[in-house]
Ligand binder design. Structure first.
Ligand code: GAR
Length: 211
């Protein structure tokens, strides 16, 4: 059983999707054992507490340097004996030191079909505003491994979602969450924990399920 740490900043609907999937037995080789929030008022913390998952709050601004913040984050992850880190709407930038400590062990969910509408500054509602501004007819979500390039790591799973006429950023965000994010993230976590994700030449191969 692999220990999973989920890092959150906001409402935590993706965290909830992971908790629900775990409760349905859909992540058989993993266990969410820690939730770390970047701010104390993140509603995601309430969801974790309700599910009986230990929580911690690490605010970047409470640390005098990036190094001190990284020390604290790495210590929390180590104490938890973390095998998988999941960024589920986590807005604090993860430094290269942390990325290297957990190379190909950090998953991120992004609310677009990467490489569209991603990279620095593209988070949350902003992504959907830009998709609507550009007039794309299809958008979606992507789960990828985290590397040094913002939203540039190896892609694990993607799912397309139709844009509909009259969509507002909020309506589109909700549809992308319901139809793509809440399904993809637990699925990617389960694949990782089952040892089925292989990274080769910057791409992810999904191994067949063992008999
Ligand atoms: C989600 O839509 C997630 O894809 C997005 O933030 C939202 C968090 O919602 N992440 C990014 O934009 C990362 N660049 P949640 O707190 O309800 O899971």
């Amino acid at each position: 059983m692999l220990n999973i740490a989920v890092l959150v900043s906001g409402g935590g609907t993706n965290l909830q999707a992971l908790i629900d999937a775990q409760n349905r037995g859909e992540i058989p080789n993993g266990h969410i054992s820690l939730v770390i929030a970047s701010k104390p008022d993140a509603y995601a913390l309430k969801r974790a507490e309700k599910a009986g998952i230990p929580t911690a709050v690490l605010r970047r601004k409470q640390f005098s340097s990036q190094e001190a913040y990284d020390d604290a984050l790495l210590q929390k992850l180590a104490e938890n004996r973390t095998s998988l880190v999941i960024l589920a709407g986590f807005l604090t930038i993860i430094s290269n030191r942390v990325i290297h400590a957990y190379e190909n062990q950090i998953l991120n969910i992004h609310p677009s079909l990467i490489p569209s509408f991603c990279g620095e500054g593209y988070y949350g509602l902003r992504v959907h505003e830009e998709a609507l501004r550009r007039g794309v007819k299809v958008t979606g979500a992507t789960v990828h491994f985290v590397n040094e390039v913002c939203d540039g790591g190896p892609i694990i799973l993607q799912k397309a979602v139709a844009v509909q006429s009259g969509d507002t950023p909020e309506v589109l965000q909700r549809r992308v969450m319901e139809q793509a994010e809440w399904k993809l993230l637990p699925k990617a976590a389960a694949l990782f924990c089952a040892g089925r994700l292989v990274v080769k030449d910057g791409r992810v191969e999904i191994k067949e399920e063992a008999e």
